[in-house]
Design a protein around this ligand. Structure first.
Ligand code: COA
Length: 332
């Protein structure tokens, strides 16, 4: 039996910065080709911020769109959780910056660090507060400016990522069986060495040496992460379905983290769902880390692929390793 939370998503919005960077643009910066990037990752283009735009700005834009669309006043928000590995600063938390810009004066909030699983973790946390009855309108945001930590001399990582944010509104579920039906999150810290940014924290505080050694960039062993992501995303998806008495046939839509199209396809093969049930937008955004899943939900809504009553699965693997999955009965 699952871990039902009396909380549901009642709105979704995304925001990506306007500047589009194609694979052809990257060919001019690093030794790569459009063909390699498309066939090895599925990415055609991604969006990059311009100087001065940080995670809080993307998050605020997504949140503003969401509040306007839902006709919700900022004062009605009582909790803001921002998932990010690229916060504006070490502190204050990005959630505080967003709270101020929105004028959400009745909200408290905090940041959560779980890399590519960040949105799933944040939604799990926010839904708990709403299900407990202590909060009525939680803003859950995934926002990352990956370009701030990319090494544009490392072709194996710099082509993979983009900048972007997505936000959802979480409110109490009214009917039994709508909203969050179950979740599973876990950590395997032994995988920390395969995807990390070694510099800038308390272990290696910023110094001339950390900059010279390029420690403020993403370091990754891609094949290790690839294999782990396929295995764990498929396992968590199957586990969530099974323990709730569903099969993959019952799913209307899977919204997976968008890290690599080959990861998504291998995961869906193991799960036994065809392309029509899997949201893919990595071709346009690349990997926006905590932004991918809410951006995917927004695209699914815009394309008419998500209707009230649909069984939806969100699933992600990220640095840590972190893994997260949420099974939802879509509620609006
Ligand atoms: C990074 C990733 C795309 C690399 O794909 P891959 O098929 O594993 O490729 P490899 O790392 O084996 O590299 C194969 C070759 O392509 C080269 N290559 C790597 N990046 C390249 C690029 N952008 N353009 C051209 N060639 C590239 C490598 O140098 C290597 O060349 P070699 O055989 O001469 O040494 C893939 O491992 C991946 O997506 N991993 C998961 C990453 C991820 O999603 N992380 C986010 C967190 S979930």
């Amino acid at each position: 039996m699952g871990r039902r939370l009396a909380a549901k998503i009642t709105g979704v919005a995304g925001y990506v910065p306007p500047r589009v960077v194609t694979n052809a643009d990257l060919e001019k910066i690093v030794d790569t080709t459009d063909e390699w990037i498309r066939t090895r990752t599925g990415i055609r283009e991604r969006h990059y911020v311009d100087k001065g735009m940080a995670a809080s700005h993307l998050a605020t834009e997504a949140a503003r769109k969401l509040l306007a669309e839902k006709n919700v006043a900022p004062e009605e928000i009582d909790l803001i959780v921002v998932a990010s590995v690229t916060p504006d600063m070490m502190f204050p938390a990005t959630a505080c910056l967003v709270q101020d810009r929105l004028g959400a004066k009745n909200a408290w909030g905090f940041d959560l660090s779980a890399a590519c699983s960040g949105f799933v973790y944040a939604l799990t946390v926010g839904a708990q507060f709403v299900a407990a009855g202590t909060h009525k309108k939680a803003l859950i945001i995934g926002s990352d400016v990956m370009t701030s930590i990319l090494n544009f001399e490392d072709r194996a990582t710099c082509v993979l990522f983009g900048d972007g944010a997505g936000a959802v509104l979480v409110e109490p579920a009214e009917a039994d069986g709508e909203g969050v039906l179950d979740f599973h999150n876990d950590v395997d810290g032994s995988g920390g060495c395969f995807l990390f940014m070694p510099g800038g924290g308390s272990l290696n505080p910023p110094s001339r040496e950390t900059v010279e050694k390029k420690m403020h960039y993403v370091h990754q062993e891609g094949q290790q992460v690839f294999k782990y992501a396929v295995r764990r995303m498929a396992e968590v998806a199957c586990q969530l379905l099974e323990r709730n008495g569903f099969s993959s046939r019952d799913l209307k839509l899977v919204v997976p983290h968008q890290a690599n199209l080959r990861i998504i396809r291998a995961m869906q093969d193991r799960l036994g769902v065809d392309d029509s049930k899997v949201l893919v937008n990595i071709d346009r955004y690349g990997n926006t880390t905590a932004g991918t899943i809410p951006l995917g939900l927004r695209d699914a809504l815009d394309d008419g692929r998500l209707q009230k009553g649909d069984l939806v699965l969100l699933v992600a693997v990220g640095a840590g390793y972190t893994t997260g999955g949420i099974l939802l009965r879509w509620a609006y």
